[in-house]
Design a protein around this ligand. Structure first.
Ligand code: PEP
Length: 248
């Protein structure tokens, strides 16, 4: 039985309703087997670590080094010490806007694992790759490129499948499309990572998830959870997505 997750990626935003009311509302959600992770901008991580028990803190990024002369960076070990449990690695905005390369992401994944954070590795194709029919090959390459010996002894790595063309565009993948891609990701995990990841790694979907499209993704996509950007800024929408996961 794989773990299930619902992750809020606030990006460089705060919820308009205010952080405290948001965390209180989400903290009152009825318990189920879905782990709720909130990933705020760095200065707000401590507040999330102090939120109601059932909410875990996630960082949107971490450095590839432990400490030293790396101005502006925050290390995975510092995050761990703060009480952060998860770290996004390779979000498409980091890859595209900040030039994060596969080699850098391999070091970040290693750092997160060595610091005992659970990494959420984001992979996904752009429209050009999808239209050319190269999705499976592209995702396999993203997974192969970050392979690290640290995977051998890791507790868990979460994969977030986030097609670039669906992030922040209002255009979500369908459940059927996602189910096919999840199978490609599991194949790649078996080929390039210790084989247990094929079955054990939770695979989340991200890309314009809303309360309106989550049921199709949940019913036909077979996802282990969601990484939600825009809709995660409203506790009401975030909880509606959480509720849709509960009934499946
Ligand atoms: C994201 O930021 O990872 C994301 C999926 O954003 P959105 O839900 O807004 O598409």
């Amino acid at each position: 039985m794989r773990n299930r997750y619902l992750i809020a990626n606030w990006k460089m935003n705060l919820p308009p309703e205010g952080m405290r009311p948001y965390l209180d509302a989400v903290g009152r959600a009825e318990m189920n087997d879905v782990e709720i992770v909130v990933a705020p901008p760095f200065p707000y991580l401590r507040d999330v670590t102090r939120a109601p028990d059932r909410i875990f803190a996630g960082a949107q990024n971490c450095a590839d080094q432990k400490s030293g002369a790396f101005t502006g960076e925050v290390s995975a070990w510092m995050l761990q010490e703060l009480g952060v449990r998860y770290a996004l690695v390779g979000h498409s905005e980091r890859r595209a806007l900040y030039g994060e390369t596969d080699a850098l992401l391999q070091r970040k994944l290693t750092a997160a694992l060595e610091a005992n954070l659970t990494p959420v590795l984001c992979v996904g194709e752009d429209l050009r790759v999808r239209e050319a029919g190269h999705v499976a090959r592209h995702l396999a390459e993203q997974i192969r490129a970050v392979t690290t010996p640290a995977l051998e002894s890791a507790r868990e790595v979460v994969i977030a499948y986030e097609p670039v063309w669906a992030i922040g565009t209002g255009r979500s993948a369908s459940g059927a499309m996602v189910a096919e891609t999840v199978a490609d990701i599991r194949d790649a995990l078996a080929r390039f990572w210790p084989v247990r990841y094929r079955d054990d790694a939770p695979i989340l979907y991200g890309g314009s998830v809303t309360p309106d499209n989550v049921t199709d993704l949940q019913t036909n996509g077979g996802m282990d959870g969601y990484l939600v950007g825009g809709a995660s800024l409203s506790s009401e929408k975030f909880l509606a997505i959480f509720d849709a996961m509960k009934v499946s």
